[in-house]
Design a protein. Sequence first.
Length: 71
Amino acid sequence: MDLKIEPEHRRGSSDANFFGSVGIPTIDGFGPIGDLDHTENEYIEISSLNQRANLLAIFLLKYGQAAGFLS
């Protein structure tokens, strides 16, 4: 998909915080691109929905194959 993926630390209120707070590595970032989280002006870029859905599908496929769930 020609995406640059890098570790990032962000403040936020996703469920990933529950796992990260006890030291469990967590992947969070499959959601749509947007900004101004948790404000009246919060928005998402509609054009990012297809890309993010594809990214999640590819991740699940590759993870399932690596874990031996899929051939």
